[in-house]
Design a protein around this ligand. Structure first.
Ligand code: KIV
Length: 259
């Protein structure tokens, strides 16, 4: 049976760890879905890993919808979630509704994610969930704020940790179905996870979250550079390089195609 946002909350109650990966096109999405991931995030990290930008900021709403629709066409089971890109939701809850609505209508994505836990983000989550749109929160390191916060670990001081905890609790109260905890200390992620009824999905947040997410380009070893907390489960960069070298040699030596 297909995974829903509600099901992820049940997984937490059943203490079943939740597996999430990012996806940006049909081929990747169909492989990951068939392999059995619970949810696929069309993360705005695609700006960096698929489009070659230095940050996630340049990707547009139209660009994200284009990729989200391709991902959705490859998925049969997993819950699909798309990132609201930079400046597609920060202006007002009404702007967020229009942007989120486009993901659901034009790409048939099932849920959206937005960054931040300040009062306006919480209001926006409430506005979207009241309209029936499942929303995933994202606190800790929020890459859309790179020019203010950098990519450093968040929540290292008690004050910062408390602020992140309260943001997560407010997002739950506003109706979020799950929250990404990015690059925060493991003890803080454990505390947030224990205080929330909705699942926490960690990335660089230690082993105590209810689930984990990795950027698929990092996970597959495709990225030239990856964050310190990522784990590559294979080295596709090397595999592809070897394949290209073999092909190049065979074409140049007229060994491919065979006679
Ligand atoms: O854009 C993305 O890939 C993300 C994950 C890092 C959670 O937001």
């Amino acid at each position: 049976m297909a995974v829903t946002a509600q099901k992820l909350i049940e997984f937490k109650r059943q203490k079943k760890p939740i597996v999430v990966l990012t996806a940006w096109d049909y081929a990747i999405a169909s492989i990951l879905d068939e392999a059995g991931v619970d949810a696929l995030l069309v993360g705005d990290s695609l700006a960096m890993v698929a489009l070659g930008y230095p940050t996630t900021l340049p990707v547009t709403l139209d660009g994200m919808i284009h990729h989200a629709a391709a991902v959705q066409r490859g998925v049969k089971q997993a819950l699909t979630i798309a990132d609201l890109p930079f400046l597609s939701y920060q202006e007002s809850p009404a702007q967020a509704m229009r942007s989120a609505g486009r993901f659901l209508k034009e790409a048939q994505i099932q849920a959206v994610k937005l960054e931040g836990g300040h009062p306006q983000a919480v209001d926006t989550v409430h506005h979207l969930t009241t309209a029936g749109i499942p929303v995933m929160g994202h606190v800790g390191l929020t890459p859309q704020s790179v020019h203010r916060l950098g990519y450093r670990q968040q929540g290292k001081t008690e004050d910062e940790g408390d602020r992140i905890l309260h943001a997560a609790m407010a997002l739950e109260e506003a109706g979020a179905f799950a929250i990404v905890l990015e690059h925060i200390p493991s003890h803080l992620a454990a505390n947030i996870t224990q205080k929330l009824e909705i699942p926490t999905i960690g990335i660089g947040a230690g082993p105590h979250c209810d689930g984990q997410v990795l950027v698929t380009a990092d996970f597959l070893g495709l990225s030239a550079k990856q964050p310190p907390f990522a784990k590559a489960y294979t080295n596709l960069r090397e595999t592809i390089t070897t394949a290209v070298q073999d092909y190049t040699a065979e074409v140049r030596q007229r060994r491919f195609p065979e006679k």
